[in-house]
Design a protein around this ligand. Structure first.
Ligand SMILES: Cc1cc2nc3c(=O)[nH]c(=O)nc-3n(C[C@H](O)[C@H](O)[C@H](O)COP(=O)(O)OP(=O)(O)OC[C@H]3O[C@@H](n4cnc5c(N)ncnc54)[C@H](O)[C@@H]3O)c2cc1C
Length: 383
């Protein structure tokens, strides 16, 4: 059995630690943050991600903390239906639901199942060097660690990637996003339903139940450049002004939000990489294929990565490099397709021109249900 260093205790790093431990490997996870605080808002885990969690024996521990979501409604600013995606058939066939979950709950569930001491906090990775027997990681505190292989699960701004593929860089999608999780039990929203509204002038708002009466919402606005000082200063009242005139429950969800619960991020992704693996080093999760959030697949792809890596290591138990190469072959096309489709979807959702948004909405209304079913089929069934 081999020993592995994983950089990053996010969703991908923790899921991968489970996958490797289950195969009998030794694993150490190094995380830059001094503590894993309950930050973040909600994430969606599609049936594909839930199936991957099942492979890792983590399905039930995660599912119990989330809320099942079987309907995604696409609406216009007045709340008129543009399209519905119903996942009930897929759930019946695959045996797995889509769920919404607070990112912190997901991270906590993944952490809880690991043996004590697996994750070391306050360890900011700086660089690695290959050695005759593997790879040595160097940390900002001057310490080092050595193992047969190193997995970079250190997110969108991965330092592991910066060393492995220096030319790769995240790209700004042209819009910025606020998120929050609110206690919304009093609103009586229909169970199992999530919705996204494509409004006028590049205004987009969506919400997903995440369990325990809580709802995760996100609100996007176009912004020509990232890190806008104007948007950085935005509070709930500014969003209420921007999204005034949106149908229920948008004003109600904003009214339930406190300024200190508001998260703000520019939306970026990573153009598909030429490689995920080189020798004893592998990238996975956002470090390998960060996506815009429009398909709700960022966390799901990181979890899929863990399950697929386990399959590759099972097929090449004595050759980690070969398993890493096989992972790259199996994962590049699927993750690139999701990244590209999500990017396009974001461009359509953020349209500003009244003429184009009118055409868009008409097309969405007329789009046959079979199209969204075939989209869901490759997402949920092709892992
Ligand atoms: C704090 C936080 C909050 C988030 N909130 C949301 C959200 O509300 N909704 C949503 O859809 N997505 C959110 N995301 C992104 C989402 O979790 C990821 O897109 C997805 O889950 C893929 O997971 P990942 O493990 O690849 O990356 P991430 O979940 O981003 O995890 C990467 C981990 O690596 C650590 N790390 C980074 N650099 C170093 C380093 N040099 N040395 C050691 N460790 C390092 C980070 O601290 C982090 O814990 C959030 C990410 C983070 C880090």
């Amino acid at each position: 059995m081999a020993d592995f260093i994983i950089i990053g205790a996010g969703i991908g790093g923790l899921a991968t630690a489970h996958a490797l431990l289950k195969l009998g490997h030794a694993v150490r996870v190094y995380e830059a943050a001094a503590e894993l605080r309950a930050v973040g808002a909600g994430v969606v885990l599609g049936a594909n991600a839930m199936r991957a969690l099942h492979e890792l024996d983590l399905h039930d521990a995660v599912a119990v903390l989330g809320a099942s979501v079987c309907q995604l409604q696409l609406l216009d600013q007045q709340g008129r239906l543009l399209q519905t995606a119903d996942t009930t058939d897929f759930t019946r066939r695959l045996g797995f639901e889509n769920i919404g979950i607070h990112r912190a709950d997901l991270q906590r569930a993944l952490l809880a199942g690991l043996p004590p001491g697996t994750v070391q906090l306050g360890k900011a990775f700086e660089r690695y060097e290959e050695t005759p027997t593997g790879v040595r990681a160097h940390f900002a505190d001057g310490s080092q660690a050595h193992a047969a292989a190193l997995i970079g699960a250190d997110g969108l701004n991965s330092r592991v990637r910066r060393q492995l593929l220096p030319a790769a860089a995240p790209r700004y999608a042209g819009y910025t996003c606020w998120r929050a999780v609110v206690e919304a039990g009093a609103l009586g929203l229909p169970a199992g339903e999530s919705a996204e509204t494509w409004g006028a002038a590049g205004r987009r708002f969506g919400y997903v139940p995440v369990g325990g009466g809580r709802v995760y919402w996100f609100a996007c606005l176009n912004s020509p450049a990232p890190r806008s000082p104007k948007y950085q200063a935005y509070r709930v009242a500014d969003l209420q002004r921007e999204f005034a005139g949106f149908h229920a429950p948008v004003p109600e969800l904003l009214a339930l939000t406190h300024n200190d619960g508001l998260l703000w991020n520019d939306i970026l992704d990573l153009p598909p990489l030429p490689h995920f693996a080189r020798g004893p080093v592998l990238l996975l999760g956002d470090a390998a294929h960060a996506t815009t959030p429009n398909m709700g697949q960022g966390a799901g792809m990181a979890i899929e990565d863990a399950a697929v890596l386990a399959r590759c290591l099972r097929a090449s138990p004595t050759n980690v490099w070969a398993a890493f190469n096989s992972f790259e072959q199996r994962r590049r096309a699927r993750t690139a397709r999701i990244v590209r489709t999500s990017w396009q979807l974001g461009r359509v959702g953020q349209l500003e021109s009244p003429l184009l948004t009118g055409i868009r909405n008409t097309v969405m209304r007329l789009l046959p249900a079979a199209v969204s079913r075939s989209q869901m089929a490759w997402l949920y069934e092709e892992l």
